[in-house]
Design a binder for this molecule. Sequence first.
Ligand SMILES: [Zn+2]
Length: 455
Amino acid sequence: MFINKNELEFSEWWNKIIFEGGLADNRYKIKGLFVWMPYGFSLMKMVKKNWDNLFEQNNISELYFPLFVPQEYAKQNESWWNSFKEQAFYVLGYFDNEKKVFLRPTGEPAMYPMFSLWIRSHRDLPLRVYETVSSFRNETKSTKTFVRDVEIGPWYEIHTVHSTREEAEAEIELGIKMNDIIFDNLAVSRLKVRKPIQDCFPGSVGAIEFYTLLNDKLVENASCNNLGQAYAKAFNIKFFDENEKEQFAWQTCTGNGERFLSAIIGNHSDDKGLVLPPVVAPIQVAIIPIKISVDEINKLNLDFSNLRVKEFPVGKSIGDVRYKTEKMGIPLRIEIGPNEISEKKAVLIWRNGKKESCLFSDLNKVVVTGLDNFQKDLRLASENEMIKRIKICDNKIDAKKADIAIIGWCGSAECSDWLQTDLEKELIGMTLEKKKVKCLHCEKDGEATYFSKSY
Ligand SMILES: [Zn+2]
């Protein structure tokens, strides 16, 4: 994991890693927008496959809503509107200028007025859908590719509607489980927190959020929001229950997207470039012919079944090719030349520097096992880094020193303001365990809460 306390230097490194690794080109002339390069987009697609499969397995149907949202929809939910109206992009030149229209910053105001038309009876519930889209926010903060962008996409958002509170709560648990599976495949450790109500998604009644490491800070990465009945009331989403009594529905929404890439890059890259976890790496193995042609390698009929392999012909310099595969973060490089052919052996050089050789006949087995271990090692390193940073603190001096401090907080806004200023950290959220601890500021009853710098 690359860490640089100097934010400017970290930013330079971040941009260089992404550009030289072939993920994105951010020289596009609008701040906060970038071009997805083919290699970056294939990595994103590998991650996206994770969520498409998971959602399909769990019977959540994919659909697609328009990018344009009429203001009259959004204004139905005052708290949503007040939170996003400053960040929204308004559409000029729309043929019906009376109808003010903006680009969606999130999906709720586009979807929920339609939900209210679709849902009539308890038999229409649960409604469980998702879309993968771009969202647009006019960012006033400084932008960072894959972390804070003006066009956020691909971004998945699951929206569910239920007849009971319990069903909605079970949906949140499922959302947590599915995000956990995705993060496992990225070999990334994460902190799960309960958001204090004042920091939740506008109008919601609770949220579980995921945070991952980035430099010396944390970054919010996926959130599962319990919307209670607030949105149903605002958007008039009602149903007749089994007793023909009309009731407001219970809702949840869960989302994340390109920030998964920030988790991969932030956790695994080093000063040489990207390091991609094998489960989602678009190319798991780079084959490099040394002083022979790609054809000669193909004639060896090596067994690469169930592996994502790509040949990298050597041009002028073998060094350049090695360097390139390192920057792309390909987990394994296999080099084969005349010597290897005569000995029927391949040289395996892993992205973490480990080197070994193996017989052509054992190649598939050795590579598959090696990739599995590579994934586990990345995961372990990421877990250790997270554990190393978290400190349970009972005084402000220690809490200020810690990267991620767990301290008691009573829940009051006044104390969180004081604590954030004194500790030079932000309130991240309460622990899932709901552990009782006295507030570090006012000493009243409180609970264990994470404080850390964050993006
Ligand atoms: Zn307090």
